[in-house]
Design a protein around this ligand. Structure first.
Ligand code: DQA
Length: 145
């Protein structure tokens, strides 16, 4: 099984950006932990991060026919992007929405998520562990290959 792990704007700034909210770990640490967890589950992952909405749409489209599922943290595009929602609907792959922070307990505008409408699960507030839980969930819902 192969999963795309997609991160949106400013997630490359982890470790520097608002550590009180997002924690002290860097994006490299996130990637290492996701890769190690995937290996332990016997699955492969492609990690991709972009600050650009169109790049994220392209990455979701590339997953069609190449990946079995998608883990995504669209960052601020969560709350604004119908294009990402449409891309997820277009490829129709099982997708899990992950947020490092508990978005539901923050500013009211963070409670809106468009991508959620095309995701089978949402995990918030578990930090990097949330990505590992998302991989576990995909391993359960994606039929064996
Ligand atoms: C985030 C939450 C979003 O509201 C924010 O814009 C981010 C990160 C999270 O992981 O908690 O960039 O997706």
């Amino acid at each position: 099984m192969h999963f795309l792990v997609l991160n949106g704007p400013n997630l490359n700034m982890l470790g520097i950006r608002e550590p009180g909210i997002y924690g002290p770990d860097t994006y490299e640490t996130l990637c290492d932990r996701v890769r190690r967890h995937a290996e332990s589950r016997g699955v492969t992952v492609e990690l991709y991060q972009s600050n650009h909405e169109g790049d994220l749409v392209d990455a979701i489209q590339r997953a069609y026919g190449t990946a079995d599922g998608i883990v995504l943290n669209p960052g601020a595009y969560t709350h604004t992007s119908i294009a990402l929602l449409d891309a997820l609907k277009a490829v129709s792959l099982p997708a899990v929405e992950v947020h490092l922070s508990r978005v539901e307990d923050r500013e009211p505008f963070r409670r809106q998520s468009y991508v959620r409408l095309a995701c089978c699960r949402t995990i918030t507030g578990h930090g990097i562990d949330g990505y590992l839980e998302a991989i576990d969930h995909l391993c359960e819902v994606v039929p064996c290959k």
